[in-house]
Design a binder for this molecule. Sequence first.
Ligand code: UDP
Length: 263
Amino acid sequence: MNRRRRIYEGKAKILYEGPEPGTLIQHFKDDATAFNAEKHALIEGKGVLNNRISELIFAKLGEIGVPTHFVRRLNMREQLIREVEIIPIEVVVRNVAAGSLAKRLGLEEGSALPRSVIEFYYKDDKLGDPMVSEEHITAFGWAAPQEIDEMMQLALRINDFLVGLFLGIGIRLVDFKVEFGRLWENDLMRIVLADEISPDCCRLWDVNTNDKLDKDRFRQDLGGLLEAYQEVARRLGILNENRPMMGATPVLVSSNTPSGKPH
Ligand code: UDP
């Protein structure tokens, strides 16, 4: 039985009270949702994969000096994080036309954008996360102008890093969504990367085949979502290639064994 205090339950994650003040435990569920949760399914093993993929990405971003809420992974589905005040804005970075941008501007899916483009969406399920401008964000007090600048700078650094990371494993980073939070240390406030970065919130296309290796497999009923996430994990070096693919029970490599050998 789980007797920890549950702080918040979202569509794909649960936040529990952490072991110390100022910490939380982020638990990755197997739920997949799309179209503002109108479409829902349980995909056994997805949470395990997202926990490991997000851990790897947050740890690497930390190494290049991007401040994040991530502390360490605790187990297959959970990670210890710093408690932050989430800024209610989804920051989307796009490199290639796809999804709502392609539709909105009549662009051909897959065409490269003239430069990376940042968009903001107001986090509100009831409204279906509407797109908003910097004017809306400051006028309604969701974030200060300086905080918007900081989020944009961080989002572009994250994009540059992730584009390279994924290109190195034969994957095109088409677009992704990130969230930021405010972290107080004494009287100082910092903006840090929060939430997760996983194939649930990125568009990842194989560079050779254009196969989708992300949540669009679920949104567009393409099937093979778990296999696609496993493929991303495998290319990132997280999933053990020497063991057979077990479908619903992916075999994961311990982060303490760089040789790739399981415990
Ligand atoms: N995205 C997300 N959560 C959302 C909306 C979008 O993670 O609530 C991600 C999505 O996976 C994609 C990027 O943000 O990588 C841009 O999504 P888009 O605006 O094209 O929306 P969609 O077509 O996915 O509804």
